[in-house]
Write a protein that binds this ligand. Sequence first.
Ligand code: ZN
Length: 338
Amino acid sequence: MSKNILDTHVCLGYDFLMKQPESLQEAIVYFVDPERAFRYAVQLRWPDARINCPRCGAEKHSFVKTRRLWFCYGCKKQFTLKVGTIFEDSALGMDKWMAAFWMICNCKNGISSYELARAIKVTQKSAWFMLHRIREAMMVGSITKMGGKGPVEVDETFVGPNPRTMHKDRRARQLSAYGRRPKAIVMGMLDRESRQVRARVVPNVKRETLQDAILQQIDKGATVYTDAYPSYDTLAAQEYIHATVNHVSEYVRGQVHTQGIENFWSLLKRGLKGTYVAVEPFHLDRYVSEQVFRFNNRATKDNPLNDGDRFALAMSQVAGKRLTYAELTGKGTDSLHS
Ligand SMILES: [Zn+2]
């Protein structure tokens, strides 16, 4: 017989009477109470209130209120809210994590590690690491393919600083990483019907690279709009209905255009230029995911999401994802904790 959440020493059930925060200011006030931040995070991590051990899956455990951890009767070990999530190994309190989540989910152009460090009083290094972990939580894979109901716009873009204004060492590093073109390539797809974007860094713009990505993400038989780039010219042979616009002579031909995904590119680049001073190519995929998250969860007439909804959505994705400092930097964690 598994133990019900209400049998634990403290009631971790939903706080129906407490008003959910709706703005950053309310969120900071709300989460400044560590007990409240903890309870809120527990609800988001285990939304059905069935708390189970992240190590062995057992649902039989006792809660040690004074230390905010559980003792698992299955594996006889303790677990905390942070085990098995992006918070694992972090010494920072949930109040700081939640405020950081709020900011990154809701600031339209993102937030720099310097801004975050000032806002929640941690070192810039800690803030940088937090932001990357949060971006990891914002990444979502999907098993459903795009294009089932309407056309999909596909495009790719080059991201990176102008090599002529780049510092000599940085230029050299990028040149060694990317060969002759010191820029990274991001490929994106926008489903016109669902208004959802998928985007990620690709190694090159060769035909097989772009075509493989399309085959993975878009239903066969779907309508695909691209520009006239030759790498796309075998799509019709792959059973797609393929139409192109030639950007030399035209940008829109009736329904055939890629302006939706190009709009996404300008949002991505504005965020990268304004907020993130220097994005290493290695980290670019996570910055792209952050922008995709905000774009796909923006408020629309049919889907009136607010700041609190975006925050809750990102927070609910923290389990099962981990990113260690060593993975991010190739260094140890000694210099990290503030
Ligand atoms: Zn266990």
